[in-house]
Design a protein around this ligand. Structure first.
Ligand code: S3P
Length: 193
């Protein structure tokens, strides 16, 4: 399967936000494959830039440093003349919404989609994960519950579209995102012309 009509995003990205385990990377990869838009995974870019894995960055420099790297990357994507200008799918890290600066940049640069999943699904998908330093604790269930409670209002604040994905397959999510993005970008084109 592939989408017949290429989506015209006017050079702007489709941005996926949501909790760890919400499917941002999986949906991002599939959306990228079917739409032909390149995937830009923020965590992977930061790992490449720094030459360390996310757990190593947290261990060596702390969470605050990682958050600063996220903001620096978003500023680069928004402002740098050498930043990629072709339309992309951007998969973010789950905590990118913690910063109000990040939330403002995300909304300015693209179409922001919140993949909203239930705590049970997050727990099921992340419980055995070893590459998520925030869950490397005695009681990851409680941590996940707290993170969801704290972050859901922030995802709601930043998003243009919320999709409750707990009971949806990946392709269904991809289809909804694709269709909604096409509408969003065609409307914003009319508004700016
Ligand atoms: C984080 C989520 C991770 C990664 C880092 C912090 C978070 O990305 O950025 O471990 O604060 O929720 P994923 O959401 O892709 O797991």
């Amino acid at each position: 399967m592939s989408f017949c009509r290429p989506i015209d995003t006017h050079g702007r990205p489709i941005i996926l936000v949501g909790m760890m385990g919400s499917g941002k990377t999986t949906v991002g990869k599939e959306l990228s494959r079917l739409s032909g838009l390149p995937l830009l995974d923020m965590d992977s870019i930061i790992e490449e830039q720094i030459g360390k894995s996310i757990p190593e960055i947290f261990r060596d420099s702390g969470e605050a440093h990682f958050r600063a790297l996220e903001t620096a990357l978003l500023r680069y994507l928004e402002e740098s003349p050498s930043a990629p200008r072709e339309p992309t799918v951007i998969s973010t890290g789950g905590g990118v919404v913690l910063s109000a600066v990040n939330r403002r940049i995300l909304r300015r640069i693209g179409f922001v989609v919140w993949l909203d999943v239930d705590a049970d699904v997050v727990i099921e998908r992340t419980i055995r994960s070893t590459n998520r330093p925030l869950l490397n604790t005695e009681n990851p269930r409680a941590v996940i519950g707290n993170l969801i409670e704290k972050r859901n209002p922030l995802y709601a604040d930043v998003c243009h579209l919320r999709i409750a994905t707990s009971h949806m397959g990946v392709l269904d999510v991809v289809n909804v995102v694709h269709q909604a993005a096409a509408e969003f970008f065609s409307q914003s084109e009319h508004q700016s012309s």
